[in-house]
Design a protein around this ligand. Structure first.
Ligand SMILES: *Cc1c(COP(=O)(O)O)cnc(C)c1O
Length: 374
């Protein structure tokens, strides 16, 4: 099938036998004839032509054997966790998780009899030290939100393989263009396809990639939980992923330039971006990532995150990430508000911290907006 840009465009496309159209036809039916058919097609069974087409593109990009598409990132994540965890099992999470994921585990796992630990840091040693006799799964996320810390994927996979434990990674921040964790020994990749895969801030979607056997098990649980996507959204996701490579390439470039600009600015205290040589995870990032992504965060001298954001004109304070437009947020007041002042302090998230999701605009326009606000 060729290299990533070619696979973004072509992988999974449904051949239009009726008219030889170049794009996948959209199958909107929720009722399919079943007499004399091998399997029953039904959207919640995750087996319509459009569900399979998008899943095939994602598997191709992640270089995994198989994949599934869900109605949101959280539908994908919760389905994976409930597929492999049950009463009496234990799971290790790294520190620095997406807010929705940490809310999920704090609220849902214990009441189903599932125990969990959050490792003291993102290092493979600390993650390994959290393993117990009943640990079934290790869950990581790199680069992390909002400090862009890097977890050594291969080192974590090795710790897990040695102990016969499944590994799951949230690959949303990097996207498969920048990072393909299955190549480094991770078992299951999850995505909020709402972000880079969807890429236009207009659809909610999730995905899971892994081996045929693991995806078969996730499929069986997934059809009970019912987090499937409709055909029109699937088509939009397929359409968006055709430009994933060009979007991410431009976003990588813009983010690197903005990181260097901010780092050199006298009013900026600290810039967190794995592409900067001074970033503590830079050497590992260079090994496991082919681009450093579009997320970065920084602290402004003497201005809290909220007042700084009010001074920006082009860059809007806005939720979510991974779109075409550059947006900013103040994690202490949004995604990490629930941690409380003490919790934020222990994770290193200050009042001054501003997070950027860099888009595809002209980088000089973005610099001017930051400059006038600084
Ligand atoms: C947004 C996000 C999620 C959750 O995805 P939804 O599509 O909002 O359900 C999970 N992980 C990361 C890293 C995210 O950014």
């Amino acid at each position: 099938m060729g290299k990533i840009p070619t696979r973004c465009v072509h992988a999974g496309t449904i051949h239009d036998d009726l008219k030889k159209g170049i794009n996948s036809p959209i199958y909107t039916s929720t009722s399919f004839e079943f007499i004399d058919q091998d399997d029953t097609v039904y959207p919640r069974y995750l087996n319509t032509p459009n569900e399979k087409a998008v899943a095939e593109k994602i598997a191709s990009l992640e270089e995994s054997e198989s994949a599934l598409v869900f109605s949101s990132g959280m539908a994908a994540i919760s389905t994976v966790l409930f597929t492999f965890l049950g009463k009496g099992d234990h799971v290790v999470f790294q520190q620095g998780l997406y807010g929705g994921t940490s809310h999920f585990l704090n609220r849902e796992l214990n009441r189903f009899g599932i125990e969990f630990s959050i490792a003291a840091s993102q290092s493979a040693e600390d993650i390994g030290a959290s393993i117990r006799e009943n640990t079934k799964l290790i869950y990581i996320e790199t680069p992390s939100n909002p400090l862009l810390n890097i977890t050594d994927i291969k080192a974590v996979a090795e710790v897990a393989i040695d102990s016969g434990i499944l590994t799951v990674i949230d690959n949303t921040f990097a996207s498969p263009v920048n990072q393909q964790p299955c190549k480094h020994g991770i078992d299951i990749v999850v995505h909020s396809a709402t972000k880079y895969l969807g890429g236009h801030s207009d659809i909610l979607a999730g995905a899971v990639a892994g081996s045929k056997e693991l995806i078969r098990q996730i499929h069986e649980t997934g059809l009970n939980f019912g987090g499937s996507m409709n055909a029109i959204t699937l088509y939009l996701l397929e359409r968006s992923m055709k430009t994933l490579h060009v979007r991410v390439a431009r976003i990588n470039e813009n983010a690197m330039q903005l990181a260097l600009f901010l780092e050199a600015h006298p009013n900026v205290k600290q810039v967190n971006y794995p592409g900067l040589p001074g970033h503590p995870g830079h050497d590992i990032a260079k090994i496991q990532m082919s681009g450093f992504g579009g997320m970065l965060s920084f602290e402004v001298n003497g201005q809290d995150g909220i007042s700084f954001q009010k001074r920006l004109k082009l860059i809007k304070p806005s939720m979510s990430l991974g779109g075409l437009e550059t947006i900013c947020s103040s994690p202490a007041h949004t995604s990490h508000r629930h941690l409380g002042a003490e919790g934020r302090k222990s994770e290193g998230i200050s009042e001054e911290l501003v997070r950027l999701s860099v888009g595809i605009e002209d980088v000089e326009d973005l610099k001017s907006d930051l400059e006038q606000a600084l």
